[in-house]
Design a protein around this ligand. Structure first.
Ligand code: PMP
Length: 442
């Protein structure tokens, strides 16, 4: 009997014992193509000798030094590298151990910033209904996923949730994509005015929505308008790139596609590529200066902030992304994967939408293509696809949820950036078979 607390207590997962490139191997020797990189984590695949060597060398040199006393060489070097490539005037990096810690830190930094500059009335956070920002209580409060929030609702802090930018589900007939984006962005201004502009501290959003609706990018112009509204009312823009950042969408930072720079940016997952748990929050020089010239102390912290071995892994990963020219490759392979998915599934009666950017692709399943009606979530289609795919040796990330909030059933693909063209049919064939098999069981 296992004493590990599993994700689902009614089934025992296989034991993973190895990883080679794009494949994971279980204790029976079965191989699985890692089509979702876990959850958009394993961007370099498994067993990368350069990253392993960097982790080992750092562990031998210095495994840990608490940031209450020290900074470290790998943390300094990684911060320099991220800032060299970061958008706008982001110029300080606060390291954490994962995505939820990054978004929690962002929320607390936003609040402290306004206290430092004498605007302590600013306490409201606005986020979007179709979003996931993590599972700790502050991050869960920011996220809009009803299913994840439901039983913890009494413990959550108050956050306003406005419409997402979800063209497939909500753009009206006859409305252009641009107009649709401007219409939903307007909800931000309306909510700021409703709450009172001097009480709002920040707006948080994912540039490409991941864990609540398979790879949904905003339409052109949406984030420009969001930035304008934030600037007009002095509200901070926090972009959560925990899932879509670090090259995943074909840009090092997903917001580079939109040409919009946030005040605070959260990254994780691909930053450590699974070799170490690491996340980061990048903040603008203006925010840092407010703390520096004010109390001089960010009232936050965790034991493993700036962990040297994690930072060494992150440094090796970002260097690999840049030096191996992997980001243009993500764009190229992403186009090929998209084309193959459209060829196999584009006419499928229950595939409503195929979308995404780079190697971050989503497939939305619908009961009725004409009306875009999702399946009843009680039929658990996405979960069934996940298990049919897993049986066939393909790992893909399923999502399903409420009908009213229109989450529906989705499959997210986020394969390693080292995936080759000849591996694409393995993914599309197994996924198509899994979808058809799952549909037969509902
Ligand atoms: N933000 C986003 C956009 C995410 O996708 C996730 C994880 N799926 C998180 C935050 C939370 O990250 P973690 O699971 O590392 O805490």
């Amino acid at each position: 009997m296992s004493h590990v607390f599993p994700r689902h207590t009614k089934s025992q997962p296989p034991v993973a014992v190895g990883g080679e490139g794009c494949y994971l191997i279980d204790a029976t020797g079965k191989r699985y193509f890692d089509g979702s990189g876990g959850a958009a984590v394993s961007c370099l695949g498994h067993g990368d000798p350069e990253i392993i060597a960097a982790v080992r060398a750092q562990a031998e040199k210095l495994a840990f030094a608490h940031t209450g006393f020290f900074t470290s060489e790998p943390a300094e070097a990684l911060a320099d590298l991220l800032i060299e490539h970061a958008p706008g005037d982001l110029d300080r990096v606060y390291f954490v151990s994962g995505g939820s810690e990054a978004t929690e830190a962002a929320i607390k930094l936003a609040r402290q910033y306004f206290i430092e500059i004498g605007q302590s009335r600013r306490r409201h956070l606005i986020a979007r209904r179709q979003s996931y920002h993590g599972n700790t209580l502050g991050a869960l409060s920011a996220g809009g996923n009803e299913w994840r929030r439901a039983q913890f609702a009494p413990l959550l802090v108050e956050v306003s949730h406005i419409a997402p930018c979800y063209e497939y589900a909500h753009r009206q007939e006859g409305e252009s994509a641009f107009d649709y984006g401007q219409r939903v962005a307007q909800e931000l201004e309306d909510e700021i005015l409703r709450l009172g502009p001097d009480t709002v501290m920040a707006f948080m959003a994912e540039p490409v929505v991941g864990a609540t609706a398979g790879a949904v990018p905003a339409v052109e112009g949406y984030f420009h308008r969001i930035r304008e509204i934030c600037d007009k009312y002095g509200v901070l823009l926090i972009l959560d790139e925990v899932m879509c950042g670090m090259g995943r969408t074909g840009h090092l930072f997903a917001c580079d596609h939109d040409g919009v720079a946030p005040d605070i940016l959260c990254i994780a997952k691909g930053l450590g590529a699974g070799y170490q748990p690491i996340g980061a929050m990048l903040c603008s020089s203006r925010i840092y200066a407010a703390i520096e010239e004010g109390s001089g102390f960010f009232q936050h912290g965790h034991t493993y902030v700036g962990h040297p071995v994690a930072a060494a892994a992150g440094l090796a990963v970002v260097n690999a992304l840049l030096n191996r020219n992997l980001i243009p490759r993500v764009r190229e392979m992403g186009e090929k994967l998209d084309a193959a998915l459209r060829a196999r599934l584009g006419q499928h009666p229950n595939v409503g939408d195929i979308r995404g950017r780079g190697l971050f692709r989503g497939i939305e399943l619908v009961e009725d293509r004409a009306t875009r009606t999702p399946f009843d979530p009680a039929r658990r289609l996405a979960a069934r696809i996940k298990s049919e795919a897993f049986n066939r040796g393909l790992i893909c990330y399923p999502m399903s949820g409420t009908r009213d909030g229109r989450i529906g059933d989705h499959v997210l693909l986020a394969p390693p950036f080292i995936m080759t063209e000849d591996q694409i049919p393995e993914v599309t064939d197994k996924l198509t078979d899994a979808i058809d098999a799952a549909l037969r069981t509902i």
